[in-house]
Ligand binder design. Structure first.
Ligand code: IPD
Ligand code: CA
Ligand code: CA
Length: 263
């Protein structure tokens, strides 16, 4: 199967899934909690994941699917073609704000990112990338990132990492916040990654993300020259949870070296 064909198929099912999610606003959702009281999931998250699994398996039964809600198979290797799917990234925003959530999909072949998608469902904005062919938003090419200094940067960070916590020294994080021009926190990792890839923000970091939060975004990042890594500057691992940073190449290392002190 050619990459262009897989791309057309992926784009079409993501748009269809987005339509279904938008329609669901007229229904009553079932909302539950997962790992903790703030970790929310709805029937729409689960139904959207099932929708992807059915469509993908009809298209090619050999494709493997790693989805956040665990409705697909258990994946312990990236051999073959693996779709990594977050049916709704930003569920709390979906429930409370009715905006600022996305569908995130990465398609990997033997561990190499081939296609990446972040679909901002309520704005109808489809960010995507094809390995070696560039990144786009609604078919308009994203521009390569221009160098920027830290004091002129806007960075995406959750306020919790600037308060005492068990994962990172918060004092250097306070220094980082004082140094940069501004901070943002959107509550959807994939949309924050899309913001960096589009040059609206210059870095985004989080202490604990899962493969489905970053798989689509990592392919898009590569195509615009953004650097994505874990917080000790090692390549991202799509089989486990880890810290994550995506940044303009001119500030990526500086942030890690000077401001990130993991506990
Ligand atoms: C969450 C969002 C959030 C990030 C969390 C993720 P979900 O994804 O991306 O911004 O801070 O770590 O788990 O649970 O809404 O798919
Ligand atoms: Ca997510
Ligand atoms: Ca999710």
């Amino acid at each position: 199967m050619g990459i262009a064909e897989v791309h057309q198929f992926a784009k079409s099912i993501i748009i269809e899934a987005g339509e279904r999610i938008r329609h669901s606003f007229s229904e009553k959702w079932k909302i539950e909690t997962k790992a903790d009281a703030n970790d929310l999931v709805t029937n729409i998250d689960r139904e959207t994941e099932v929708f992807f699994i059915q469509k993908i398996k009809e298209f090619d039964p050999s494709y493997k699917i790693l989805g956040e809600e665990g409705m697909g198979e258990k994946i312990d290797s990236l051999e073959g073609v693996v779709w990594i799917v977050d049916p709704i990234d930003g569920t709390m925003n979906f429930i409370r704000q009715h905006r600022n959530f996305a569908i995130s999909v990465g398609i990997y072949m033997n561990g190499i990112g081939k296609l990446g998608y972040i679909y901002d469902v309520m704005r109808n904005q489809m960010y995507y990338a094809i390995e070696g062919k560039g990144a786009f938003m609604n078919d308009v090419p994203l521009k390569p990132l221009k160098p920027i200094s830290l004091d002129k940067s806007i960075i995406g960070v959750n306020a919790v990492w600037v308060t005492p916590n068990k994962r990172i020294e918060h004092e250097p994080m306070i220094e980082l916040i004082r140094k940069v021009r501004g901070t943002r926190s959107y509550g959807s990792a994939s949309l924050e990654i899309a913001s960096v890839a589009s040059g609206r923000m210059d870095a985004y970091l989080s202490l604990r993300l899962s493969p489905w939060d970053i798989a689509g975004g990592a392919v898009i990042a590569n195509e615009v020259g953004a650097i994505a890594s874990n917080l000790v500057n090692k390549p991202i691992n799509l089989l486990k949870q880890d810290g994550f940073i995506i940044a303009n190449p001119s500030i990526h290392e500086e942030i890690i070296e000077h401001y990130i002190k993991l506990k």
